[in-house]
Design a protein around this ligand. Structure first.
Ligand code: ADP
Ligand code: ZN
Ligand code: ZN
Length: 742
């Protein structure tokens, strides 16, 4: 590089603007740092307006389209080498481009918070505890009054130092650790990573299972090298997890890392435990319950290669990995993989892109694959691996539809359902009751005049929560007291109409007073450890009723449940969303799959007013696979995704006319870039499904096209133009590529 040439970096900063900012790296800074500190992927501190921001270098250059004399100098070079490995860096660029999201915001919204504030990467090693000088010299007779503390001292005397996790695993609690630290007997330390080369005969902590035939076929089809996407389509209990474990084993054997994504960690402690039980290798878990510091440490262990297995939820797809070998994404149909605000990415779709960029295999697993993935199999893009029977002795459950028109129903439970529950409890088995509505009742209405309690911030009814004596909006969380009389006609005849889980719980508890009724929904599990109690009771095998929302349908095994009752199948059949039927079929199949995973055969009762509904019939008689085929052919007929590509531009404002006007303008601009045709069409602006929410009016403009490229060409021009619209500043707007909800 010639001495006089300016060194310019283009920096992404956390800002809503879809552009990079040019800064000058002064010669003295260049000389005092290694060239690695000014590479793409390194952080810098830069002046931005009146603030100093942490940004990330995206490109380096020697010229700028701006006047170089006016460029501001960079304040500080934060990293001594790129924070992000090149492949992850590429993924971010790809994602920002594909989802039309500002790159700076995409980066900083998904990386650990402490990296955003400019904190250095932690030293390698895991935080742990060791005895202080004083602790080491502690005599055998001290701490007699505190046996727990004494025991921990002895534990550390034999172990040397230990990471917090193994201290906790050895049944010492955090308060005991704190008490000893307070007394100066214990101090925190960093524990050097173990020699990474776990020898291959020590890799497994337990033997892997002998695969049965279709598992063997699937396993043989999965290649450990090169990019390939496998859809592991296996009914619940068919042994998908065993395939994950054995595929991971293969890549661990040649020193690579596995990234495993699951929808929700707190609801599936079994999954985490199965990974831990199988392997003797360091594993980190990334989930929302971590502190900022813990998240940074875990992220860095993945980056440095200390962790061989990385288990996480959606945003873990952006974890840096030193030597990735395999990506697994379980429950690939799950909606939680799509971020629904801000940077609206799909972790599933990005996982496939990432695997392709890293040239490694990816396994998408589900008992109810998304129509997108099934279509990708049909098109030959993914390999379709099918496990159609349950592992071991467990059989598929039997489905029965219960026609609510012919039954008397109390608190949402039909007479024959009650009978079945009673029989099951009497034969010492467990029952799972599914109702996807929390609270006591979804509405409060006046028997005299028909008044209903509505949210004044949303187009929605308030839900009655009896235990908390409140009316609560499930869309904006607005709350108020339950009134004693109707505010409109003063009548005292107020009726809580319809059923939520709280009501069914009260009813079932009163009906079966000697059995435990365990409710699982967002209200009941707010308390820490509540979910664990439910799992413990379920695992104990004592006869009980597990009652809850879709939280119960997510992946957990309840081996002692032999009866599943779905109280309301109808609400999902009439959803206006084009994905409504797909979701309903998935949810019903998933809930049903909780049943009979042990040796006893399970039963599934579906309560409905529409027993002849063709979709229920096909789901029940032919199973999810045929059901999905039917839906796919309907999507093709109506030219809906995945046969056509969809983008939604959303706008919201506390004044409806502003949101709508912005989108009308957006449509005008768009139409000058791409004239409407059969291959690229516009719809809207239209009010969103719930037009008013949290006091804001929401509108959307839908654009659909038969080729992704034309849609993307349009969007990349349009996004820039919309950004410079002054009207856009007084409202909130966003672009949602491949929307999951309308
Ligand atoms: P899925 O992930 O498809 O729901 P799992 O992998 O959890 O299914 O398997 C269900 C049950 O069957 C588990 O208890 C598992 O240990 C058992 N299992 C899986 N594969 C085998 C096998 N090959 N032999 C015996 N048991 C198996
Ligand atoms: Zn009234
Ligand atoms: Zn509300």
């Amino acid at each position: 590089m010639a001495q006089s040439e300016p060194f310019i970096i283009r920096v992404a900063v956390p800002s809503p603007l879809r552009r990079l900012f040019d800064y000058l790296v002064p010669a003295d800074l260049l000389q005092s740092h290694s060239p690695n500190a000014v590479q793409p992927g390194c952080r810098v501190r830069v002046p931005f307006g009146r603030r100093q921001l942490v940004g990330l270098i995206i490109e380096t250059a020697h010229s700028s389209e701006f006047d170089i004399a006016k460029l501001k100098p960079v304040g500080e070079l934060v990293d001594s080498e790129p924070l992000l490995p090149p492949s992850l860096f590429k993924l971010f660029i790809w994602a920002a481009n594909y989802y039309q999201h500002p790159i700076g915001d995409a980066l900083f919204a998904t990386l650990p918070v402490l990296l955003r504030t400019g904190q250095p990467l932690p030293e390698p090693g895991q935080p742990g505890w060791q005895l202080s000088h004083q602790g080491l010299g502690l005599g055998p007779n001290s701490l007699k009054q505190a046996p727990k503390q004494r025991a921990l001292v002895e534990f550390l005397q034999t172990q040397g130092a230990a990471v917090l996790e193994s201290v906790l695993l050895a049944s010492f609690s955090r308060p005991v650790v704190r008490q000893l630290e307070h007394k100066g007997l214990l101090e925190s330390c960093l524990i050097e990573p173990q020699n990474q080369a776990v020898s291959t005969d020590e890799l497994l902590a337990e033997n892997s299972l002998n695969l049965y035939d279709s598992q063997r076929l699937a396993m043989d089809a999965i290649q450990s090298h090169g990019f390939n996407c496998y859809l592991l389509d296996g009914v619940t209990g068919s042994g998908k997890t065993e395939i994950y474990l054995q595929s991971i084993e293969k890549v661990l054997r040649y020193g690579r890392q596995a990234l495993v994504l699951i929808p929700e960690i707190s609801l599936t402690p079994q999954t985490k435990k199965r990974f831990r039980d199988r392997f003797n290798v360091p594993m980190v878990t990334l989930h929302s319950g971590l502190s900022d510091k813990q998240r940074l440490v875990a992220w860095n262990q993945a980056r440095s290669g200390e962790a061989s297995i990385v288990l996480g939820t959606r945003s873990a797809i952006f974890t840096a990995l030193k030597s990735p070998g395999l990506i697994i994404l379980d429950e690939e149909h799950d909606q939680s993989y799509k971020q629904q605000d801000g940077f609206r990415y799909s972790a599933r779709d990005l996982a496939v892109i990432r695997a392709r960029q890293e040239t490694i295999p990816i396994i998408l697993g589900s008992a109810t694959p998304s129509l997108e993935s099934l279509n990708n199999c049909a098109m030959g893009r993914y390999s379709h691996l099918i496990l159609d029977s349950r592992a071991g002795q467990a059989q598929q459950p039997d489905w029965h539809l219960i026609d609510l028109k012919n039954e008397s129903v109390d608190s949402g439970v039909a007479t024959s359902t009650l009978q079945a529950i009673e029989e099951t409890l009497n034969s010492n088995q467990q029952v799972l009751v599914f109702l996807n509505r929390r609270g006591y009742a979804p509405a409060l209405l006046c028997h005299q005049c028909g008044w209903t309690a509505d949210c004044n911030q949303c187009d929605a009814r308030l839900t009655v929560h009896r235990a908390r004596a409140r009316l609560i909006c499930h869309h904006c969380d607005h709350q108020r007291r339950i009134p004693h009389h109707c505010p409109s006609c003063q009548s005292q005849q107020l009726i809580a109409a319809g059923e939520g889980t709280e009501r069914s719980e009260a009813f079932l508890q009163q009906r079966f007073p000697s059995s435990k009724v365990l409710r699982v929904d967002r209200d009941s599990t707010r308390r820490k450890g509540a979910m664990q109690e439910v799992f413990d009771t379920a695992d104990s095998g004592e006869p009980c009723i597990l009652l809850g929302t879709q939280m119960l349908a997510k992946g957990h095994h309840f081996p002692n449940v032999t009866l599943v009752a779905v109280l309301d199948a109808d609400s999902g059949l009439f959803s206006p969303d084009f994905r409504g039927h797909e979701r309903t079929g998935q949810l019903l199949t998933q809930v049903a799959g909780r049943s009979g995973r042990g040796t006893a055969r399970g039963r599934v009762l579906i309560q409905t007013h529409q027993p002849q509904h063709p979709l229920l019939q096909i789901l029940m008689n032919e199973g999810y696979g045929q059901f999905a085929k039917k839906l796919l052919s309907e999507r093709q007929l109506h030219q809906l995704p995945p046969f056509r590509h969809l983008v939604v531009i959303r706008a919201e404002s506390n004044r409806a006319e502003l949101a709508e006007a912005f989108l009308r303008q957006a449509r005008r601009l768009a139409e000058t870039i791409a004239v409407p045709s059969t291959s690229l069409a516009y719809l809207g602006p239209l009010p969103a499904m719930l037009e008013k929410r949290g006091g804001r009016y929401r509108y959307l403009l839908q654009i659909d096209a038969d080729h992704r490229q034309s849609l993307h060409g349009l969007l990349s021009q349009l996004a820039g133009q919309l950004e410079s619209q002054p009207e856009g500043r007084s409202i909130r707007w966003s672009i949602d590529v491949d929307p999951q909800e309308l």
